[in-house]
Write a protein that binds this ligand. Structure first.
Ligand code: ACO
Length: 322
């Protein structure tokens, strides 16, 4: 008999330190008015003594506590992140050790702000191939990639981790998905350049390893490619969508996306006000917030669309029933 993946639990971990726009304006030439009017962000959380693996492990422990699953029943762990503690071991292997999921295989994927949608897609295929239980997490400490002297990027991002338990069941819950990449436009959003320092390498010009972006190009990319993708998935599907959970980069993007697609704005959930842009963590944080608030309830067949977009460039849309 065929089996499919179903989200059976959501969870998260947000680092304690909250940094408001006013707090940023104490040491940066910015203001709550500038940040809030252009982005919808009012505050973000930033790690003080934790790294991505700590956030993801605590999110995974939250998932185990809520789902009442024991760690040894987990078959796989996938973490979507662009801010791992190390290149190796992966964050997912650190989570596996931290929660004692001794029977799980674990790996990270790198697809920036589309990472959670990509990881959920991979996880669902794992379930279809016979595994029974997986943990999928998006987790980031973007604060360590930012040039804190650059007000044009430092105000936009935040840290956090969130995820889901994916379990086998007989009903297909992911109704449609559409994943894309365009590496030729990757220069619009970069971070974490790793310098080659071998004695044989001929050094070229210095390259920054801070997060850098062309904000206008990213905005235009979202309004063209991402909007087109959402429209195509909607048109191909016979289903109405109850809620849209888009990557939380900027409220003006969400407002414009709703207008462009001629969809009711109230169907678009947001949480960037509290958390800023948390890249791969933004969609699962939003999902868990909506479940905690009672807007979404697992097991009710509500239909939600998850859409990630960002560095790579990457983008992806998934239509699923809860
Ligand atoms: N506080 C005060 N002033 C600022 C700040 C700040 N934090 N940042 C920039 N400014 C100034 C600039 O120096 C500039 O001043 P100038 O005109 O004197 O040179 C002015 O504000 C306008 O700067 P722009 O960069 O043109 O600001 P814009 O209005 O385009 O807003 C923003 C920037 C919000 C990032 C916009 O480009 C945008 O919405 N981009 C969408 C992409 C996005 O949000 N990306 C996030 C990450 S990507 C992702 O997750 C997929």
């Amino acid at each position: 008999m065929s089996q499919y993946g179903k989200i059976t639990c959501t969870g998260k971990y947000i680092p304690k330190k909250q940094v408001t726009n006013d707090a940023l304006s104490q040491f940066m030439d910015t203001s709550d008015e500038w940040i809030n009017s252009r982005t919808g962000i009012r505050s973000r959380h930033v790690v003080t003594d934790e790294n991505t693996s700590d956030l993801c492990t605590k999110a995974a422990l939250n998932l185990l506590e809520k789902s009442k699953l024991t760690p040894e029943t987990i078959d796989f762990i996938i973490v979507a992140t662009i801010t791992p503690d190390y290149q190796m071991p992966s964050v997912a292997c650190q989570v596996q050790a931290g929660i004692k999921a001794i029977n799980a295989f674990a790996f990270d994927i790198s697809a920036a702000c589309s990472g959670f949608v990509y990881a959920l897609s991979i996880g669902e295929k794992m379930i279809r191939s016979g595994y029974n239980k997986g943990i999928i997490i998006g987790g980031e400490t973007l604060s360590k990639t930012l040039d804190w002297d650059d007000r044009s990027t430092a105000v936009l991002f935040g840290d956090g981790a969130a995820g889901v338990v994916l379990e086998a069941n007989e009903t297909q819950h992911i109704l449609a998905e559409s994943l894309h990449s365009d590496g030729s436009r990757g220069g619009s959003l970069t971070s974490g350049f790793i310098q080659n320092n071998s004695p044989f390498y001929e050094k070229k010009e210095e390259q920054s390893n801070w997060l850098e972006m062309n904000g206008r190009a990213i905005f235009d990319f979202a309004m063209s490619d991402v909007a087109k993708d959402i429209r195509e998935v909607l048109d191909k599907s016979e289903h109405d969508v109850d809620y849209f959970l888009l990557h939380q980069a900027n409220i003006r993007m969400i407002d414009k996306m709703a207008r462009k697609l001629k969809l009711p704005r109230e169907k678009f959930l947001t949480s960037m006000e509290k958390y800023g842009n948390t890249s791969a963590a933004s969609i699962p944080i939003l999902l868990d917030e909506a479940v905690e608030a009672g807007t979404l309830t697992l097991g009710t067949q509500q239909r939600v669309m998850l859409t990630g977009f960002g560095g790579g460039l990457t983008w992806g849309t998934m239509l699923l029933t809860l």
